[in-house]
Design a protein around this ligand. Structure first.
Ligand code: GDP
Ligand code: MG
Length: 323
């Protein structure tokens, strides 16, 4: 693809053409496989327009109802004329193929809406965190003018930490009877969210769970760095109840960030944190390459006990950096 074709593709994507958006996203999703100059040209164009999207991270255990709720949130946001993008993060393990298919099916009703873009991506990140692809796709979608970018996370470990670091607003989903999770929250073992959502509110135990969450959140020390006091709400994603109110609270949080001047801070933090994720990803694959090369001089020295792991690492790093 030459520069002219890239410019034409960007123009069409920026004007909202879903097919062009999809094509463009597929290019930046695998940046290492494309010509770096093309990636740079695309991203310079898009990032010049970006910094405006509201990024919403949705976390919670598998089966808590993230995909179902996101589908309802899309409808609510569309009613307000927002353009919405959703990134579903799936671990690349074959065991989760079910959840991968499930996500798609649950959001399928939006597939004919030109204001909605949905993409499922694997986590191939270092340490199980977000992949370089996800970071690049978020920046691209922001530049393409989406108002809301919703990121559905697997809800565990490093991926969640990454999601928190790149989102403006974090929704933490729980379901009735989530006793262990409430204990974890109480003990400070659960990552802090901006809005705690007790889903499956159609079940009778939901009220008790909501009460427990509200109780824990009333403790000292549950404010976010911005001073925002986390909110709690009961919804039923299946019935659609509480979703309008939830989206209202999401908007309140956005307003809070804007008023306090925090919105831009999150964008800056996201870009810097994102670059660290991508750099780790690149370094990790370079490290793999080096040690796959059994014939490499340093690997041979290591094997013969002629060099220690630390000195070997410094030498490898020097070589990588061309020193
Ligand atoms: N009763 C009830 N079931 C729900 C609700 N939301 C989701 N579910 C069901 O919970 C299961 C998992 O939902 P899904 O959205 O795939 O969860 P995810 O793994 O967190 O994305 C599905 O069978 C949904 O139909 C709800 O509000 N009430
Ligand atoms: Mg899901």
């Amino acid at each position: 693809m030459d520069r002219g074709q890239v410019e034409a593709l960007i123009d069409k994507a920026v004007s909202g053409d879903l097919r062009s958006i999809s094509k463009l996203i597929s290019i930046v999703e695998f940046p290492a496989e494309a010509d770096p100059h093309i990636i740079e040209a695309i991203m310079r164009n898009l990032m010049g327009r970006g910094g405006r999207a509201h990024v919403i991270g949705v976390t919670g255990s598998p089966g808590v109802g993230k995909s179902t709720l996101i589908s309802k949130m899309i409808s609510e946001f569309r009613r307000k004329q927002y353009r919405v993008a959703v990134i579903g993060i799936d671990p690349s393990s074959p065991f989760t193929l079910g959840s991968f298919m499930g996500n798609r099916i649950r959001m399928q009703i939006h597939s004919s809406d030109p204001g909605v873009f949905i993409r499922s991506m694997a986590t191939r990140g270092v340490r199980g965190g977000l992949s370089a692809s996800t970071v690049m796709v978020i920046e691209a979608l922001d530049g393409l003018g989406f108002d809301k970018i919703i990121v559905e996370s697997v809800g565990a470990g490093q991926t969640d930490v990454d999601i928190i670091n790149i989102s403006h607003t974090i929704l933490n989903l729980l379901m009735p009877g989530a006793g262990d999770e409430i204990q974890a929250l109480k003990a400070g073992l659960m990552e802090i969210g901006d809005i705690y959502v007790v889903n499956k509110g159609d079940k009778p135990e939901a009220d008790l769970t909501l009460k427990q969450v509200i109780d824990v959140l009333s403790y000292e020390g549950f404010e976010r760095e911005t001073g925002w006091r986390p909110r709690a709400i009961k919804v039923s994603a299946v019935m659609g109840t509480g979703v309008e109110e939830l989206c209202g609270i999401i908007e309140e949080h956005l307003e809070y960030l804007r008023r306090g001047g925090y919105f831009r801070d999150v964008v800056v933090k996201r870009r810097i944190y994102g670059a660290q994720i991508v750099l780790r990803h690149i370094l990790e694959s370079r490290v793999d390459e080096i040690f796959r090369g059994e014939g490499s001089f340093i690997v041979k020295m290591l094997a013969n006990g002629e060099i220690d792991p630390f000195t070997a690492s410094i030498k490898i790093l020097d070589r990588l950096l061309g020193r």
